[in-house]
Write a protein of this length. Sequence first.
Length: 370
Amino acid sequence: MKEFLMSGTILPVVKVHLPDRARLMTALENVLYSGMIGEGEAVYEFEHRFAEQFGLSNVLAMASGTAALHVALLECGVQPGDEVVTTSMTAEPTNTTILQVGAIPVFADVDPNTGNLDPVSVEAAITEKTRAILIVHYAGYPVPLAEIRAIADRKGVALIEDCAHALGARYGDAPIGTVGDAAIFSFQAIKHMTTVDGGMLVLRDPTRLRSARKLRWFGLEKGVPRTEVDITQAGYKYNMNNVTATIGLTQLDVIQPAIARHIDNGRFFDAELSNISGLSVVAIEAGSEPSYWLYTLLADDSDAVERCMAGIGVTASKLHRPNHFHSVFAPYRRELPGLDIFYRRLVHIPCGWWVGDDDRERIVTALRKG
């Protein structure tokens, strides 16, 4: 412990992943001085390669994951006054975006053993005003998609996947992001893969792509002369630019080993921490494969785990605050007993690409000692 405290080296819960300096800076210099730094061929190549690499179809690169989610809600027909069944256990933009379109977030409860939405609570929250179910694969652990997809189909509502935490995860034999009517990914600074900021929208229905493209560019249609184009619906400044896309392209060359390390560390912790008194690991649905953006540990005393980790130079925290605790969501608060249990026990520990074999061994050793 002393050597870590003396050196000032702290193992963080999250960390920015970037390609090799020479590779990245060469690519950036080329695009910055190309004369084409707005939305162009680099963006379209990034869309193509991202879709190919992660088994997706019908993708659009966006300025952020939040922008992608806003357009996803609109393309799924969510309008002012509609209800969207959602989770409080997420980063705030998941639900502030619902407010942004004038809709009403209806918080369903989570499974206290996973932090993901409980299908029973989801179904109970649906009313005649519900237009969509918005699920979050929290910390990279897939939700019970088959059950929630069946609920959405039975009730005639859209299903939107927020995959901001879950790049590279799988559900059954399908890549994450392919079960919903829409899905979004985030390339914000500390996600599995970053483009500094950025996001990706996935639409199940390819006929929605034209409308979504217009929404990301003020309502204008690319390729039509500016003097001839006609705006029929107000859009937004949500496009990705060539500089951001170039970072994304360089990331795609190197991101698979980084994601693989998240997964390897996550599986190591699953095996090593499951039998320690006072600790539990997240229950993983059979057939699903998390990508462990964060490692989710459940503890009888989460504060004690944070103190234990701090003693060996490792950051541990809850990271997120349930959204219904915020004043902006006060009108939509309801009793969420499963979330209360989960959040009380929740503590995240590092498991990303920066966590080496020695790091994960000392984490396990410290937790065993208590």
